[in-house]
Design a protein around this ligand. Structure first.
Ligand code: FAD
Length: 529
């Protein structure tokens, strides 16, 4: 998609006025961008770092209603979310895929009854009917890892899984293919204002290797979708902060140590918070925590603190005692910040996940919500934003966000499972990706669903500026292979260095940067700030 010199071409276009500028290349900004372009608005998306490098590459990778929100009586969030899940399963085929959840019941009858009502309600809200009551024997026949004396009965219900960074990228790429412009490493440094103080554009700085400098971009309306940084953008308008940044962390285990046929819903032994163990991309994630983030956003990426590592390990050990999981089994960790609207609830997990859209001096801000509900969020934000434009659109009619894919049979010579995996992530580019491969590159990387040629393709067309873009977000080897995939770095280098066009010195500097990022924020015991 982004072939050589794309960035310079895009930068040259910026001087002319835009209908809409979207700040933030996470899922919220991506959704707004996609829908605005589909409606024919001249739209620019700008992202300070890499696409999806904020919260949107650090989620639990679920497209879900949020069963636990039922417990908190957040019925609206659950209803909206399960309906969006059903839409995404249909529209983003192969990228959003069904995932079963085993939910063992705690021994007390009251909670078990709540669970029984919950699975029925969850399906009725969708609406669909796909849940099952499981005896202890049935649970153990499906998932013997759950064996412990306290296990009684449980339920199996269905949500969906995804690769968050790849969903963001596909939504952005769909919008670019439809005529929009998106730039990563282009940071909004300040807002442009008219004489009467209304926001009328942004001052941008290019932080890519192309070092294209700074530029003022004029727009009919600016939408702030900067996630956890939204308050920082609003601060220029002297607007009071509205966000509560809640950190959530996960540990990643190799599937060989924690093999799961379905995800498992678990209650933490210390505080009975709902958590998940989730099979993902050939590994298993366990998380998440939910804590007020006390560090400054400028300190660096969020990371899993030693106390969180212990907390997650205790949950894993209590749920799968026969596996004796320990710190030594963890491959990696990752941590993200939920941009939740602050209502001051003493319990972070009870803070509402509803989204909020509002306007201040012409700046439209949107925050809260979930990855799952990005379409609804996009349409609500645009509904408010287009009030400032001369052409208004009715957003109640459905538009496609993901173009229809060809059938699996277009990918010849690969098992259906692999064809589905690639089509979901690369859409119509899949055949070109496979054809670009050199010998042996269409083979799997270790036990992962990924193939080596994904790296070549990402380096050639994926707007990769840094090694961490490639290894943490385009192809997620940094989280899925031991030691951040560094033992494979020479092999990776042979494939991608010529595509990236980096001199040896440049490569060496990128390797140092990547090691530092991995050790500080993604290793099994991140060193942090
Ligand atoms: P972000 O993804 O953070 O995007 C904002 C972007 O704005 C960033 O990339 C940032 O770099 C950019 N930006 C900031 N300042 C500037 C600037 N000045 N100029 C340009 N760009 C700027 N939801 C689900 O539906 N399912 C889940 O399984 C799930 N799990 C979660 C687990 C965890 C641990 C967390 C933390 C959240 C989870 N969520 C989940 C919620 C979901 O991930 C978030 O709601 C969503 O990703 C937020 O996306 P966003 O685009 O609003 O923010």
């Amino acid at each position: 998609m982004w072939e050589k010199d794309w960035r310079k071409d895009a930068w040259r276009e910026l001087n002319t006025p835009w209908d809409i500028v979207v700040i933030g290349g996470g899922i919220t900004g991506a959704g707004i961008f996609r829908r605005a372009v589909a409606e024919g608005y001249r739209t620019l998306l700008v992202e300070a770092g890499d696409f999806s490098s904020g919260t949107s590459s650090r989620s639990s990778k679920l497209i879900h209603g949020g069963f636990r929100y039922l417990r908190n009586k957040q019925y609206n969030v659950t209803r909206e979310s399960v309906r969006e899940r059903e839409w995404l399963l249909r529209e983003a085929r192969h990228l959003v895929t069904p995932l079963g959840f085993i939910m063992p019941c705690p021994p007390d009858r009251h909670t078990a009854q709540q669970f029984a009502i919950g699975v029925v309600l969850y399906d009725l809200l969708a609406p669909k009917w796909q849940h099952y009551r499981l005896s202890r024997e049935k649970i153990l026949s499906i998932c013997p890892q759950l064996d412990k004396p306290a296990l009684s009965k449980g339920f199996l219900y269905y949500d969906a899984a995804m690769d968050d960074a790849r969903v963001v990228l596909r939504v952005i790429q769909e919008a670019v293919a439809a005529g929009g412009t998106a730039l990563n490493y282009a940071k909004v440094e300040s807002l442009l204002r008219t004489a009467d103080g209304r926001v009328c554009g942004v001052a941008l700085h290019d932080f890519s290797h192309s070092a294209l400098g700074s530029l003022e971009v004029k727009a009919g309306v600016v939408i702030n979708a900067a996630g956890p940084c939204s308050d920082e953008i609003r601060a220029e308008l002297v607007a009071a902060p509205r966000l509560r940044k809640l950190r959530g962390s996960h540990l990643v285990f190799p599937a060989a140590r924690l093999p799961l046929p379905h995800a498992v819903t678990l209650l933490h032994p210390d505080d009975r918070r709902a958590m998940f163990a989730i099979p993902w991309e050939g590994c298993t994630l366990v998380g998440t925590t939910d804590l007020d983030h006390k560090f400054s956003l400028h300190a660096g990426e969020p990371f899993t603190t030693p106390a969180e590592v212990e907390y997650i390990l205790r949950a894993a050990d209590a749920t799968f005692p026969s596996l004796h999981l320990s710190r030594a089994d963890v491959i990696s960790s990752f941590s993200g910040l939920r941009p939740v609207v602050n209502t001051g609830n003493p319990d972070p997990s009870k803070e509402s996940r509803e989204h909020v859209v509002w306007e201040e001096n012409g700046l439209v801000s949107i925050t809260g919500g979930k990855f799952t509900t990005f379409r609804i969020m996009a349409e609500k934000a645009l509904q408010t934003a287009v009030q400032q434009l001369s052409r208004k659109v009715d957003f109640s009619t459905r538009k496609r966000y993901f173009e229809r894919l060809q059938g699996l049979d277009v990918v010849k010579g690969l098992p259906d499972e692999d064809a589905s995996y690639l089509l979901g992530r690369y859409g119509d580019e899949t055949l070109r990706l496979l054809q670009a491969a050199r010998e042996g590159e269409n083979e799997h990387i270790a036990e992962l669903p990924n193939i080596w040629s994904e790296l070549r393709w990402a380096a050639r067309t994926g707007a990769v500026e840094h090694l961490d873009d490639l290894l943490l977000r385009r192809v997620r080897l940094g989280m899925l292979l031991p030691d951040g995939a560094l033992p494979e770095i020479d092999h990776i280098r042979r494939i991608v260095q010529p595509e990236l066009g980096w001199e040896d010195q440049h490569w060496a500097a990128e390797e140092v940067r990547y090691r530092k990022i991995y050790n500080r924020f993604y290793s099994p015991a991140p060193t942090g700030y």
